[in-house]
Ligand binder design. Structure first.
Ligand SMILES: [Zn+2]
Ligand SMILES: [Zn+2]
Length: 322
């Protein structure tokens, strides 16, 4: 059984601990039951931001925000390349000292839970807290396991209640099938225990309603209609052609060259395909620049034949089917 809790209206003990969640958890813990709380965000906060000028600290090797970690020590960490640095006290832009974490992560949520359940044995199962097998195995003895998606790879035991503290925090990835993944995950988790709690700021969203009503047919038909309207699989094919270069200009040049090749082939053969790229698809990861071309439509595979030699021979060009 899934219970949906509206985070914007329900009385709360803290940001993500609603009174209803608290009371149900207490009842289960009183009867020696176990609870799995799923929060798939490493670190204490997703970003570290100057409150005066909004400067967000970024990884020097990637164009990504650094996450603030508070345990085992306070550091700024890049979740892509692993770069880490001391937590600065002053903003490099405005010299202000009003710096704060933003976007709650699992370490800060662990503090919330510990305050709400001070005498309960709570274990965190993520790649920072549970590095060794012994550490991961020890979570089997905890009353409450707070986990990222690492629990898929481990067996933290049986649970009487599974809690998703904030449905929206699961939907941050910009993948076209993210809702489907979240739906399947919540349904699977809910089936593995007696009851499940899903907290959300948007209880009227189609995803929340389908989850509540356990109506997979409705979810499926709505999702398929959306995919059809926007030309996503299974009605179409999507592929990303990615180029990797040490310098930004080189990456931009390579994208322009390949894009040109694809557009010429498309004009000659009139494949049913959309081909596009723009600067927002350029990213920096671990000192490398990545440019991306999106190829979308029923004729994607045929059009990509044009780049066969590039893709096979050129190490800097990669093809990824979605
Ligand atoms: Zn500042
Ligand atoms: Zn990085």
């Amino acid at each position: 059984m899934i219970t949906l809790i509206d985070l914007s209206r329900s009385p709360k003990l803290s940001a993500y601990v609603s009174r209803e969640f608290f009371e149900r958890a207490e009842r289960i813990l009183d009867h020696k039951g176990r609870i799995l709380v799923y929060f798939n965000r490493r670190g204490a906060y997703r970003a570290f931001v100057c409150q005066d000028c909004s400067h967000a600290f970024e990884c020097p090797r990637c164009d990504l925000s650094l996450a603030l970690h508070i345990s085992p020590e306070k550091r700024l960490v890049c979740h892509h390349c692993g770069h880490s640095s001391e937590v600065p006290e002053t903003c490099p832009k405005c010299r202000g000292q009003n710096l704060k974490g933003s976007g709650i992560g699992i370490q800060a949520f662990e503090d919330e839970l510990k305050k709400a359940f001070p005498s309960v044995n709570i274990a965190r199962l993520d790649s920072d807290a549970a590095k060794t097998k012994a550490e991961r195995d020890s979570t089997k003895n905890a009353d409450v396991v707070l986990s990222t998606n690492l629990y898929h790879k481990n067996d933290p035991g049986q649970f009487d209640l599974v809690v998703f503290p904030c449905l929206e925090s699961e939907l941050v990835a910009s993948e076209y099938d993210i809702e489907e993944k979240v739906y399947a995950h919540v349904r699977y988790a809910a089936k593995s225990s007696e009851e499940a709690i899903v907290q959300t700021y948007s209880p009227k969203s189609p995803l929340a309603i389908s989850l509540m009503e356990e109506n997979f047919r409705e979810f499926l038909s709505r999702t398929l209609a959306e995919r059809k309207a926007f030309g996503y699989p299974p009605y179409s094919q999507i592929a990303y052609v990615t180029v990797a270069e040490r310098h930004r200009e080189k990456a931009e040049e390579s994208v322009a060259r390949l894009l040109n090749k694809l557009q010429i082939a498309q004009n000659e053969n009139r494949f049913e395909v959309a081909v596009f790229s723009d600067p927002s698809l350029l990213s920096k990861r671990a000192d490398e620049w990545f440019g991306k071309i999106v190829v979308k439509g029923p004729g994607t595979a045929d059009l990509l034949e044009t780049l066969r030699i590039e893709i096979v021979r050129n190490r800097n060009v990669r093809l990824e089917w979605k």
